[in-house]
Design a protein around this ligand. Sequence first.
Ligand SMILES: CCCCCCCCCCCCCCCCCCCC(=O)SCCNC(=O)CCNC(=O)[C@H](O)C(C)(C)COP(=O)(O)OP(=O)(O)OC[C@H]1O[C@@H](n2cnc3c(N)ncnc32)[C@H](O)[C@@H]1OP(=O)(O)O
Ligand code: NDP
Length: 519
Amino acid sequence: MAEYYAGKSVLITGATGFMGKVLVEKLLRSCPEVKALYLLVRPKAGQSMQQRVSEMMTCKLFDRVREDDPDFHRKIIPISSELTQPGLAISPQDGEKLASCINIVFHCAATIRFDEPLKHALQLNVIATQQLLSLAKQMHHLEAFIHISTAYANCNRKHIDEVIYPPPVEPRKLIESLEWMDDGIVRDITPRLIGDRPNTYTYTKALAEFVVQQEQDQLNIAIIRPSIVGASWQEPFPGWIDNFNGPSGVFIAAGKGILRTMRANNDAVADLIPVDVVINLTLAAGWYTAVHRPKSALVYNCTTGGINPFHWGEIGTYTGIYQHHVISSFKRNPLEQAFRRPNANITSNYLINQYWILVSHKFPAFIYDLFLRLSGQKPQMMRIFNRLHKAIGLLEYFSSQDWEWNSENLNMLMSQMTPEDRKTFNFDVRQLNWPEYIENYCIGTKKYVLNEDMSDIPAARQHLRKLRNIRYTFNTVLVVFIWRVFIARSQMARNIWYFVVSLCFKFLSYFRASSTLTN
Ligand SMILES: CCCCCCCCCCCCCCCCCCCC(=O)SCCNC(=O)CCNC(=O)[C@H](O)C(C)(C)COP(=O)(O)OP(=O)(O)OC[C@H]1O[C@@H](n2cnc3c(N)ncnc32)[C@H](O)[C@@H]1OP(=O)(O)O
Ligand SMILES: NC(=O)C1=CN([C@@H]2O[C@H](COP(=O)(O)OP(=O)(O)OC[C@H]3O[C@@H](n4cnc5c(N)ncnc54)[C@H](OP(=O)(O)O)[C@@H]3O)[C@@H](O)[C@H]2O)C=CC1
């Protein structure tokens, strides 16, 4: 595979994103003879696209590449592009350059927000894909076009094969209709349009797959469908992650002791897939598509559930058959300044979850905000919890159900690779050890997302001990307070109290007597 990529010019969209960065790094490290990587990047937050790319390359993710080749920057050519603009806002000169030199396109860019207004999601996930395909058709030496979709594009089905399903609506018709509607009307009709899909993200990703399929006669196309992409498993180092998306935000919130309950089906498969696995498969699909030129677009479901299943119950605190890896990991390697000790309850029952939200989220938030107010500070905890509830509300659809994905094309691809390539571009998740992966994932959120130092762990443990003592003290004060209020004021409460005390006393005397007899 590295030989195939040698001398090739590669175009990547979404290179500043989570998966795009890992793709750029892996290409540079494992295909060192690659000629050039053209990255479509937009200026953002006051930074030019050049500044953004330079900053990206200083990131720790690129440490290994930097070691191998300190001058790796020369292969990276940023191209200014805003994907939501006509012609992707690529200058005519850049357009000509790309048309004359690109050999492979990896299309990663997308909006992955679940609450994205439909018009914007359509603009980026569908219309920009259409425009990129038009650009690709002008490329004289194009050998493969690889589109990154999601395993949940068809989450309205329970069994998902490696085929492109008919779209929920003809994309062209939808684009034409939404063009004249104002944002308010679109917002009102969005639930009707997305139907049995949970959000505009999965809906527009399904439409994008159809749009890509339309070009399969003119381009060599492959579609990669990863499930829930998590921290890296092995490469460039275990546990690398740089965002709060999906499970990462949930893990961090649990590690900080903020998230104490979530709705999930303990027995449902948690279809996490490490980012390096997805990228290795993507590069392998690029090679296979270019070299073997399949007659129609091949879809690769990139999932773990059918091969090496892991369950939501194994993530949080569950007293059944499962170990709770995330919580135990954060107890071993605590996050700094936790709000409470990590402990999370996972339940599929709506009412039980609501009860725990009240007791474990809202009540402590109220008490903490009261404390802040009394000490002259601005209350903040209730606001944090409201945001957290919005975020987990959007994720629950995925943690409460099971899907089955077929992975025949993935197996076929693996069988076509040499043993050497299977090692260098490993996507065999049968070897994945979940407890070890989750431990590295949690440490990765601490090190790379929160930028916390591992040397601070003893202080963080000390903080957890302090929190435990505060809890014991609080509980004791609460019990004494209840006792004072009820026992002092009500004859019936006093009677019950004397009854309970005398019962305990009788039990104690009985056990003492029986243990004296047996001795
Ligand atoms: C161990 C505990 C027990 C629990 C066990 C059960 C675990 C269940 C886990 C369930 C996970 C299920 C995940 C399913 C996902 C499957 C989806 C399919 C996969 C895909 O194809 S796409 C990738 C998935 N996409 C996402 O995950 C995006 C989802 N996010 C959003 O849509 C929005 O971010 C959201 C949630 C609507 C919030 O929007 P908003 O309030 O506007 O906030 P921002 O996103 O703008 O963020 C502002 C600011 O806050 C930071 N941030 C974001 N999330 C968190 C967080 N959870 N904790 C802390 N901070 C967070 C964010 O980085 C921003 O910071 P800035 O500095 O950039 O401003
Ligand atoms: N993360 C996950 O769990 C999963 C992701 N996927 C798919 O993988 C792909 C990559 O996802 P991921 O890396 O996580 O997403 P990120 O949100 O991390 O990255 C998105 C990328 O798209 C770029 N982008 C967004 N809008 C524009 C725009 N208007 N013009 C130019 N570039 C733009 C972003 O650039 P900028 O930095 O400028 O914002 C960024 O580089 C997506 O197609 C997604 O659907 C599939 C399954 C799961």
